[in-house]
Design a protein around this ligand. Structure first.
Ligand SMILES: NC(=O)CC[C@H](N)C(=O)O
Length: 330
């Protein structure tokens, strides 16, 4: 019998439509319903028995924590069903890396969960969504994709949902991991080269079935001439942790340090990450005395991924040492 793959559709450019075939960048996201997406790629029937569910129909920049919770709970329910072998999630590309990492942390299953999007709407010349969707379904249907954590299938690559990030907003090769892809998918077949070393899914201490709300975590950007205004405003709005999207090594401007120490003394977690373009690598006590200030470092997680991990981790602990352990392990 064919493997059963459920396609959970959430919107994005893969469900986008433009006025003309030349509209590769100006179009409306989240227009085409999931049944039409599936009907548009009849070849899907060759690799799996697919059925679709329209979970949301939104552009992914508008994803909230509530969307993450709802999607996560739906995925968790489906992977428990004996008649589901794999899940594909169609998603806008803007926050696809956040949702992929979230699910990688909280879904207790080794069944393949593959996120996919596109950089051009289906109405455009050289639209990339059809092949990406075919590859995602083929990947999710394959037994060899089990146990590798949540995956992202875009542009013939299979990347770890933990590492992958949208690196450019105008090319089909937009999704890259700083540490390289796990594999390739060519003509519907997976070719693996490496495995994730970080804890995920079945080996994660987090479980979506036990999470009913997510705390607020904010991000503030480091740059020249910066002040502590944004950090203070985030804390005042109820943020339990603030991700410092820092320059370089996650460095913190002289004018900001005192404000962050003050916020930490009030109980807000301060987590240093880096917004360097090719992927950061922030180490404890490099640039700032984290041990003395009781701050946490995000290591190689970019600011938006650090927000996801902090949000999930804070459902279990408010201890900065535990948070730091979690940032090393996931
Ligand atoms: N390529 C895309 O999917 C971007 C469209 C939209 N901004 C989104 O993320 O949903």
């Amino acid at each position: 019998a064919q493997p059963n793959v459920v396609i959970l559709a959430t919107g994005g450019t893969i469900a986008g439509a433009g006025a003309e075939a030349t509209n590769s960048a100006t179009y409306q996201a989240a227009k085409v319903p999931v049944d039409k997406l599936i009907a548009g790629v009849p070849e899907l029937a060759k690799v799996a028995a697919v059925r679709g569910e329209q979970v949301f129909q939104i552009a992914s920049e508008s994803f909230t924590n509530e969307h993450l919770l709802a999607l996560g709970k739906r995925v968790s329910a489906l992977v428990k069903q004996a008649d589901v072998d794999g899940i594909v999630i169609t998603h806008g590309t803007d926050t696809l890396e956040e949702t992929a990492y979230f699910l990688n942390l909280v879904i207790k299953s080794d069944k393949p969960i593959v996120l996919v999007g596109s950089m051009r709407p289906g109405t455009a010349m050289s639209a990339d969504g059809m092949l990406n969707l075919y590859n995602a379904v083929a990947a999710a249907a394959a037994k060899d994709a089990r146990g590798k954590g949540v995956l992202v299938a875009m542009n013939d690559e299979l990347n770890s949902g933990r590492d992958v990030s949208k690196m450019i907003n105008i090319q089909t090769g937009a999704f890259k991991s700083p540490w390289g892809p796990l594999g390739m998918i060519v003509e519907g077949r997976n070719y693996w080269f490496r495995l994730p070393a970080k804890r995920h899914t079945v080996n994660s201490e987090f479980d979506i079935d036990k999470i009913d709300s997510l705390p607020l975590v904010g991000i503030a950007y480091g740059h020249g001439n910066v002040a502590d205004t944004a950090y203070k405003a985030l804390a005042a709005s109820g943020a339990k942790a603030i991700i410092h999207a820092g320059t370089g090594n996650g460095s913190v401007a002289k004018n900001v340090v005192a404000g962050l120490r003050e916020l930490r003394s009030q109980g807000v977690q301060i987590i240093r990450s880096s917004h360097v373009n090719a992927g950061g690598f922030v180490l404890r006590n490099a640039e700032q005395p984290d041990d003395q200030y009781d701050w946490v470092v995000a290591h190689d997680l970019n600011p938006q991924k650090a927000r996801i991990l902090a949000t999930v981790a804070l459902t279990k602990t408010g201890d900065s040492k535990e948070l730091q352990r979690i940032f090393w392990e996931y």
